[in-house]
Design a protein around this ligand. Sequence first.
Ligand SMILES: *Cc1c(COP(=O)(O)O)cnc(C)c1O
Length: 474
Amino acid sequence: MEKNLFTLIPNVNEVLEDENIVRLLDTMPRKMVIDSIREEMDILRDRIRRKEFGEREVLENISSLNKRIYDRIIEKKRFNLRKVVNGTGVVIHTNLGRSLLNKEIIRNIEETVTNYSNLEYDLESGSRGSRYSHLEDILAEITGSESAMVVNNNAAAVMLVLSTLAKDKEVIVSRGELIEIGGSFRIPDVMEQSGARLVAVGTTNKTHIWDYETAIGEDTGALLKVHTSNYRILGFTSSVDIDELDKLKKQYGIPIVEDLGSGVLVDLSKYGLEYEPTVQESIRKGVDVVTFSGDKLLGGPQAGIIVGKKKYIDAMKKNPLTRAFRVDKFTITALETILRYYLDEDSAIEKIPTLRMLTMPIDDIRSMAEELLDKIEECGFDSRLRVSLEESYSEVGGGSLPLEQLPTVCVVLSLNGMSIQSFEDKLRGYTIPIITRLYRDKIYIDARTLRREEFPIIVEGIGFALENIKECNL
Ligand SMILES: *Cc1c(COP(=O)(O)O)cnc(C)c1O
């Protein structure tokens, strides 16, 4: 009896003749296809062996075998890191890849990485050059600094700066600025790793210039300012301005280092956002070394940018950590493209997705939301789904401008007779995952962080979540 059941299972060659599986062989390695077939069959054999399946179950299982094999192969074909739709309205979403790059940047990257390049080659002298040279002049021009260099991310930038300027020395920081960013970046920990000794001064809410002055001693290597990117202390507060620190610097000859975090290069208050201190302003006020991220408000690739006095930057280039933190040609090309946009502010706002989303007029957001609503309604999904528009707020994200509430318009989905949580799970589990905000039994899809080309994906995803369409053509 048992044996009979095993003989019902088709052999590998039979499955390989299925037209959908044959089509997959065009794009998938044959071995991966055959492995997938074997894996499904092994599961079936196992269930027969353990007597979980009788003849009826085996036949049922076999009738859907090709579909499951197909799904299994598609699953293997899928990249682990892949695109998702960001319906959360958080523009610089650290978990969703922070800033988006545009196609022009990708074309430029293609040009430099599919060819040899002058990455570390000086074309004038025909000898070895520096990878940092490609970004030095443009960063200096935009920020008004003497010199510049770029490392892997801002955490590495801070570490490199402290290690170069203050290894085995003391660094004075206000207690109000001992921040933690995204779990793993904490100023006291980075300080310790860099070999510098933290001297915390003042209190959480108030630090005065004399707090810094009293702490200055023979071992002081730097005065550190840290931008409290992701929170604000409100109420009875005071912190010390760069202008004031500049006086101490002149008196005692100690450099000022500032970790700006977001590193904005344009005055965002012109576009209705809260004022965020710009890199140019820090340099103008006398900060010796400023560090900031490449993929936060700058809107570029992951990178840590260091601008400031030439003598300090030159010393950093000689620090062995620089070799460990170095950026590759992908990053350099992407950054050079982005920085060129900044030579003309209008083109920066237009071409850098992060800035475009942050400054998008509410009327544009509303018409995007209306278009998406129409597309969903056109599909005539079943009566369980209700779709409407609601005004709400988007967030900047990325630990930038934490108090900023950007007025926006969301497409709101509510459901009748189906769990909203499982609907959200399904949207997230769709072939192209759709990440939304679930709030008070409704799903919010914020139009600010969407692009029009994503509308069909969202409509299909909703169909998938309602189980209104078939997953594949089998
Ligand atoms: C975000 C941030 C960092 C870390 O930057 P990464 O580029 O994520 O490494 C460090 N300091 C401040 C103030 C930040 O806002």
